[in-house]
Design a protein around this ligand. Sequence first.
Ligand SMILES: [Zn+2]
Length: 279
Amino acid sequence: MPELPEVETIVRGLKEKLPGQKIRQVKVNLDKVLRENKEEFASLLTGLVFQGVSRRGKMIIFDLSEDWSLVVHLKMTGQIIYTRPEAPVNKHTHLVFDLAKGNQLRYADLRQFGYLILLKTDQVTGLPQLAGLGPDALEISSQEFGKLIASRKGAIKPLLLNQSFLAGLGNIYSDEVLHLAQIHPLQPAGSLTSAQIERLYKAIRQVLTRAIKLKGSSVSNYVDSDGERGSFQELHQVYGREGKPCFQCGQPVKRLKLSSRSTCFCPSCQKLKALDRQE
Ligand SMILES: [Zn+2]
């Protein structure tokens, strides 16, 4: 699923194109992705102008004229593509915004877990899906991060996936971050030494920043707002590499199941530290 780097890549692409563009018409092919019925959604949006695009965790927020906002979660397979109207239409396209200058903004979602919420701009921060998010993984300070981690008891991997703890990381980047920080995914968060917390914080910033530079990881159907694939998947150290040699030490990458999610790690680079041992 698109995680912070993929969503950030989409947002950066749309920021260059959308502001100032007026919505001429909205076609809804599947209203399951909406809260409103499709006629209401289309009529509310028609005539509004895109003013800004931003990201919170893995969510995208479009600010529109007349104090409306559109909050989008792409979930597993959602895509937002800005394109010419004559470009071939993906068969899972559920929404098409015709823009006044002639281009289209299309929302497609193969598995249909994604959703769009249209609401007044002053209600955005109170939206439970946003209000429940923890600090953004790219914005949190190292002090705040240290405090948050030290107060938690569970294993570090599921904690990094928990959006109310830290917003933005999913399965790919939490595996990559833990490998770079040389921390075992089952290490209890509260048992991490201050040196490990510092390494983890730096690894989060480093992995996310590099991934954004390479326009994200295209491991399933992820593409950016131009329909282009990212290339960070070529630099994955552990994610999706079970049984293959670790690039750092040559030992095979292992996989374990943690709260029904697959976790890939290198048992040699990421040793589980005994709880009473000081680093
Ligand atoms: Zn290794």
